[in-house]
Design a protein around this ligand. Structure first.
Ligand code: SF4
Ligand code: SF4
Length: 160
C-alpha cells in the first residue's frame, strides 16, 4: 500500500511542536548532531503528560523537553532528514503509543489510507522509553536545579 505521507506536505511536522524524551535527543545527537536543537517549552494544561514536566529552581513554570524550531528543524523540502532516527512519536504518527489513530492534521485522502493500515511499528519501544524517561524526570524533580543544567542531567542518565 502507498505510504500516505508521500502524498502530503508534512502538515504534522509543520503544525505540532514536537515534544521529545532524552532518549530521542541522545539517538539524534549520537549521529553527530549537536543537542542544541532542543529547548524546554512551556507545558499547557492538556497537551502534555504531566509526568514529563520538569521543575526548575529558576523558572517556576517548569518545562517540557522539545524541539526548538517550528516547523521542525529537521524538515527539508517537506521530508524528514533524520527519518531513521527521528523521535519515536514521530515515527508512529498518526498512530498513538496505544495504537489508536489520530490523523487530525492528515489530508482526507491520507486519513482514508491510514484507516486501511494498522500501526506497523511495535508500541513497546515507545512505552519503554517513555517510562524510563519519566523516572529520570522524577529524579530531577526531587531536587530541581537550574534550567541550564537540566539537559545535561537528563542525558547523563539516558542509556540507549
Ligand atoms: S502523518 Fe499525516 S500529516 Fe503527517 S506527513 Fe503523514 S499524512 Fe501528512
Ligand atoms: S523529526 Fe522528522 S518526522 Fe519528526 S517533526 Fe521533525 S521532520 Fe517531522
Amino acid at each position: 500500500m502507498i505510504n500516505p505521507c508521500t502524498i502530503c506536505q508534512a502538515t504534522c511536522c509543520k503544525t505540532y511542536r514536537i515534544s521529545v524524551t532524552s532518549f530521542d535527543v541522545k539517538r539524534i545527537s549520537d549521529r553527530g548532531i549537536k543537542s542544541d536543537f532542543v529547548e524546554f517549552h512551556k507545558p499547557t494544561m492538556l497537551a502534555y503528560d504531566p509526568d514529563t514536566i520538569l521543575d526548575f529552581e529558576d523558572d517556576y513554570r517548569g518545562g517540557i523537553l522539545g524541539f526548538k524550531s517550528h516547523p521542525c528543524y529537521f524538515l527539508k523540502d517537506n521530508r524528514c532528514t533524520i527519518h531513521r532516527f527521528a523521535p519515536l512519536s514521530c515515527k508512529r504518527y498518526p498512530f498513538t503509543i496505544y495504537n489508536s489513530l489520530n490523523p487530525r492534521f492528515c489530508p482526507i485522502p491520507c486519513q482514508l489510507l491510514f484507516r486501511m493500515k494498522t500501526a506497523d511499528i511495535q508500541s513497546s519501544p515507545v512505552i519503554t522509553e517513555l517510562a524510563k524517561y519519566k523516572i529520570i524526570v522524577k529524579e530531577w524533580n526531587k531536587n530541581p536545579g537550574k534550567k541550564k543544567d537540566c539537559l545535561q542531567f537528563l542525558l547523563e542518565r539516558t542509556i540507549l
